[in-house]
Design a protein around this ligand. Structure first.
Ligand code: MG
Length: 302
């Protein structure tokens, strides 16, 4: 087994003026990051995360190796935010995948609500668990999954990279089979498209990573494109795991691999979730109480 075709596509979407997502396409390592913070800080945080991952040594291995990369990325973002007050509170999600083609596994590390999926035999399976307010409310039975999809706080994350000196990385390893296709994405895709629509777009594109990536971005934009949309896809095919994977099928059609993204200018605008995008455990409890009170008020006022 070896890595076959792969592609990364990122798009600003239809509502935002800037793209604060970043991606890494450096087989056997792939990642997406979704930045948050004002004054372009989210863009900086996501780019720092992508650069830290892209600079990984060739011998990095396993979920512990991925977690160590993400922890290093966290340190770099945290230290930058201390050194540059304009970026205080900036953070980013990250979801990274490291393929061990010889071992037939893929190891993941993730923080936040960017997701990892595996498409096998036409069935899409979400591999990661969101670190988000609504995911926790669903887990604790406060919200149904359907309510979570439409909840106004659905983009609030409970864990972010760069907002604290240390971060807890969720790591896991899954088996890979010939023909598996893996997808990493920011919430600009998963908030717009359900699992069935994602699987359908990939299958309709003939499972070609580049065409599928373009189709997913187009579908998310067709449903509103309310956020930046980033997708990274790679497939596992028959072959010698030691042989290098092929070059990307086409040049990236939107933005290049993040490690080569230009340094952002320093103009001051505020976009995205801002520093408040991260919710602490205390705030989570408060949010549950407020939801309860709102429900009570709603009940009384009717
Ligand atoms: Mg987003």
């Amino acid at each position: 087994m070896k890595i076959g075709r792969y592609a990364g596509v990122t798009d600003t979407g239809r509502r935002r003026t800037r793209n604060e997502d970043a991606l890494v396409v450096r087989p056997p390592l792939f990642a997406v990051a979704d930045g948050m913070g004002g004054a372009r800080a989210g863009e900086i945080a996501a780019r720092l995360a992508a650069e830290a991952l892209a600079s990984a040594r060739a011998d990095v291995a396993g979920e512990d190796g991925v977690a160590a990369l993400i922890e290093e990325a966290n340190r770099r973002i945290w230290e930058r935010s201390l050194a540059d007050p304009a970026t205080a509170g900036m953070g980013t999600t990250v979801t990274a995948a490291l393929v061990d083609a010889a071992g037939g596994t893929v190891s993941f590390g993730h923080v936040g609500d960017s997701r990892a999926y595996r498409l096998r035999d036409g069935v899409l399976e979400q591999l990661s668990t969101d670190h988000s307010l609504v995911a926790e409310l669903v887990e604790s039975g406060v919200l149904t999954p359907e309510e979570a999809e439409h909840h106004p706080q659905r983009s609030a994350i409970t864990r972010a990279l760069g907002t604290d000196p240390a971060v807890e990385v969720a790591g896991f390893t899954v088996d890979a089979q010939l023909g598996d296709l893996f997808l990493l994405c920011s919430d600009g895709l998963s908030a717009m498209l359900g699992d069935d629509a994602i699987a359908e777009a990939i299958e309709s594109a003939g499972r070609d990573p580049r065409a599928a990536g373009e189709a997913l971005v187009a579908a998310a934009n067709a449903r509103g494109g309310e956020d930046n949309i980033t997708v990274v896809l790679f497939e596992l095919v028959e072959g010698d795991p030691e042989s290098p994977p092929p070059p990307p099928a086409n040049e990236p059609s939107h933005e290049p691999v993040t490690a080569t993204l230009p340094e952002p200018a320093t103009d001051v605008h505020t976009h995205g979730a801002g520093p408040g995008g991260r919710i602490t455990s205390l705030a989570l409890v408060a949010a549950v109480l407020v939801l309860g009170l709102l429900g009570l008020y709603w009940g009384i006022s009717r």
